[in-house]
Design a protein around this ligand. Structure first.
Ligand code: GLU
Length: 409
C-alpha cells in the first residue's frame, strides 16, 4: 500500500480519538502545495542527466514548512507527500514551531560523483528557490543527503537572493553556521526517548539486547550509543548484509570496517539483509527505509520493543499486530524527532547569530524528547491506545488548534 495511504490511516485513528469532524479530518490530510520539477545536470561524461524532483509543503499552520530532502531511486510524489505530512506531525509532537514539508529527487546517488551530486543539489534549489527561505520553507538532510549537500544548497540560494541567509537550511557544516550536535541529533534524541521508556518499565539498558537495521548516519550512531550504555548489539545491518553475534558485536570495529570497505558485505557481514529483523533481540531499531515491518515480515520479529528511527518502517497492518501482541512501538514521529529538534536550534542560531555550546544543545534536546515521550506515554496509558495513536492524536490536536486559530478549518 502506498505511503500516503498509511498516513491517512494514522490520521483516521487519531481523528476518532479526538472526535474530529469529517471536514477537520480532511483538512489534516491535504498537502498545501506539491511542487514538481525535472532537474537537468551536466554529468561527468559530458551527457545530461534528467531527474524528477519534488517539494511537498504539507502544512504551515504552526510555523514555516520544515523537512529534509532525500536523494533516492524510489523517491516519488506519494512517498515525499507522506514524509512531508509526517514532518508536520513530528514538529507538533515535540512542540517546535514548524510545519511540515519534504523534498525528494528520484536518483541513485551512489551512481553520481561528488561533483554531480553538488550540481544536483544546486539544480534543486534553482528549481524551488521562490518557495524556500528562513520564514517560508527550511530544508535539511535526509536519506543520502549530507551536510555537504546542504552547503551547496545554501550557497546556491544565497547567490540567487543576494543576501546571507543561514537560517534557510539546517544540517549545514559547522564552518558555515551548522549547529554542534546536529549530526548525531536523530540518534541522540531516539536514545533519550528510549532512556525514558526504560525508566518507566524499570529496565536496565545493560541487560538489553538490540538489533539495529541500517548503518547510515542515524543507525550507526544509535548502535554506538546502545553499546555505550552497555546493551549488547547482537545484529547490525546495512544495505549489503548483516553482522550478527549473539554475544554482542564490537560496534566500533564494525563501523570502522564499514568505513574502510564501504559496506559490511565487503568487510565480512554474515547472514542476509532480512535477518536483522529476525534476530533474537529484545529491542529492534529500524533505522533504514520505509515498510520493513509489514504483514508478511512482522510474524518473524522477536523483539518486545521497537524504536523507529527510520521514517515509516512499520505498515498499519503490522502496527495492529504488534499492538495486539503487546510489543511496544515507539513511533517514528516521536523516536526520530531529535533531528528536526536540533534543526530548530540551528535555525535559532542562524537567525540570532548565537553559537550554542554542545552541552546546551544536548541538554535542550534530551529535555524536549523526554517531555514529548512523557506526554505521549501519558495519553496512551490514559486512553489505552498505542504510542503511535497517542502521538498522532496529540500532534493533530495541536495542528487543528493552530488551523482553527487561523480560521483555516
Ligand atoms: N530528515 C529529518 C527527518 O526526517 C530531519 C528534518 C529536519 O531537520 O528538518 O526528520
Amino acid at each position: 500500500m502506498a505511503a500516503f495511504e498509511h498516513f491517512k490511516q494514522h490520521v483516521n485513528s487519531a481523528a476518532r480519538l479526538l472526535n474530529l469532524s469529517d471536514a477537520e479530518r480532511l483538512a489534516l490530510e491535504k498537502p498545501d502545495r506539491i511542487l514538481r520539477a525535472n532537474l537537468t545536470v551536466k554529468l561527468d561524461d559530458g551527457s545530461t542527466g534528467t531527474f524528477p524532483a519534488y517539494r511537498v509543503q504539507f502544512n504551515n499552520a504552526r510555523g514555516p514548512y520544515k523537512g529534509g530532502i532525500r536523494f533516492h531511486p524510489e523517491a516519488d510524489e506519494d512517498e515525499v507527500s507522506a514524509l512531508a505530512a509526517m514532518m508536520a506531525v513530528k514538529c507538533a509532537v515535540v512542540g517546535i514551531p514548524f510545519g511540515g514539508a519534504k523534498g525528494g529527487v528520484t536518483v541513485d546517488p551512489k551512481k553520481l560523483s561528488a561533483r554531480e551530486r553538488g550540481a544536483l543539489a544546486r539544480a534543486y534549489v534553482r528549481a524551488f528557490a521562490d518557495h524556500l527561505g528562513p520564514d517560508i520553507d527550511i530544508p535539511a538532510p535526509d536519506v543520502y543527503t549530507t551536510s555537504e549537500t546542504m552547503a551547496a544548497m545554501l550557497d546556491e540560494y544565497e547567490q540567487i537572493v543576494g543576501t546571507s541567509a543561514p537560517a534557510m537550511i539546517t544540517g549545514k557544516p559547522l564552518s558555515i553556521g551548522g549547529s554542534l550536535g546536529r549530526d548525531t541529533a536523530t540518534a541522540d534524541g531516539a536514545l533519550a526517548v528510549l532512556d525514558a521508556l526504560l525508566e518507566d518499565e524499570k529496565l536496565d539498558a545493560v541487560r538489553l539486547t538490540a538489533s539495529v537495521q541500517g548503518a547510515g548516519n542515524a543507525g550507526a550512531q544509535a548502535a554506538r550509543l546502545l553499546a555505550r550504555r552497555g546493551a549488547a548489539v547482537v545484529a547490525l545491518s546495512d544495505s549489503s548484509g548483516t553482522l550478527a553475534d549473539p554475544a554482542g558485536i564490537d560496534v566500533a570495529a564494525a563501523l570502522a570496517g564499514k568505513e574502510a570497505k564501504k559496506e559490511f558485505a565487503a568487510w565480512g557481514a554474515v547472514g542476509g539483509v532480512g535477518n536483522v529483523m529476525e534476530t533474537d533481540a529484545r529491542l529492534f531499531v529500524p533505522a533504514a527505509l520505509e515498510e520493513q515491518l509489514t504483514a508478511d515480515t512482522v510474524g518473524a520479529l522477536r523483539a518486545a520493543y521497537v524504536l523507529e528511527i527510520a521514517n515509516g518502517p512499520t505498515t498499519p497492518d503490522a502496527d495492529r499486530t504488534l499492538f495486539a501482541r503487546g510489543v511496544t512501538v515507539v513511533p517514528d514521529v516521536l523516536a526520530n524527532a531529535g533531528g528536526v529538534t536540533v534543526s530548530y536550534f540551528e535555525w535559532i542560531q542562524g537567525r540570532t547569530g548565537e553559537r550554542w555550546e554542545l552541552d546546551r544543545v544536548t541538554d535542550a534536546l534530551a529535555k524536549t524528547m523526554k517531555q514529548a515521550y512523557r506526554e505521549v506515554a501519558g495519553f496512551a496509558k490514559e486512553r489505552g491506545v498505542s504510542l503511535r495513536d497517542a502521538a498522532y492524536a496529540l500532534a493533530l490536536s495541536r495542528l487543528i488548534e493552530a488551523m482553527r486559530a487561523r480560521g483555516r478549518v
